[in-house]
Design a protein around this ligand. Sequence first.
Ligand SMILES: CC(C)(COP(=O)(O)OP(=O)(O)OC[C@H]1O[C@@H](n2cnc3c(N)ncnc32)[C@H](O)[C@@H]1OP(=O)(O)O)[C@@H](O)C(=O)NCCC(=O)NCCS
Length: 185
Amino acid sequence: MNLKNIRIVKAEKKHVRQMAGLVSENLGTCNLVSGQEDILTRNISELTEALDCYQAAVDENDRVIGLCGIGNPKIGNDYGLDIGMHRDVLYVVIDKAYQKKGIGTALLQSCLKNSKDYPVLYEAWGEIKNGDVNSYKMLAKCSFKMLKDLGTSFYKDHGYCAYCVDKDKNCRACFCKIYIFTPVR
Ligand SMILES: CC(C)(COP(=O)(O)OP(=O)(O)OC[C@H]1O[C@@H](n2cnc3c(N)ncnc32)[C@H](O)[C@@H]1OP(=O)(O)O)[C@@H](O)C(=O)NCCC(=O)NCCS
């Protein structure tokens, strides 16, 4: 694997199918709000709608091996936070074969460069068995600070777990922590 050939580019229509494949494979089904469509189809339409917000990491054959998106400015949030205008990190996902090589950090830093107007929130997901959220080191490297620990009830209370592959409505295996990046003006 030659990391020198990995480039970060603005995501285009031709990348969407592979981006959706990475999200479907690496993030499971907990975040589904509709049981009607299959996961891949739903992710394709979600990514297509917000394509302008995304950057992709591609290899020498223009194959997508990672993606990151930061959404447009908004005011409300699901986390009970009164922080005014802010943006959300939409997805950060790296192909399993390329994880832990600095690509997630590089993609997130690249997207942050284009989002210097408002604070950026990151809804970090973790499984209790892993101890902390998967992304805690990447977030530290990108100067995010933990803002609120929503514990193990957040996903259940927001109805996500009903769509989890385990279909276990009482599951408290996953937890959520909200991180914030505050741009220097
Ligand atoms: C989390 C994720 C986006 C990080 O991207 P990445 O390219 O692997 O991250 P980086 O290589 O830039 O990692 C930065 C640091 O985090 C560490 N790290 C990466 N994935 C990790 C994980 N799952 N658990 C613990 N640490 C992890 C890396 O080892 C590195 O630490 P180091 O510098 O001490 O070696 C990627 O692993 C991924 O796509 N995971 C599956 C999807 C996911 O969990 N997305 C986040 C949902 S909130």
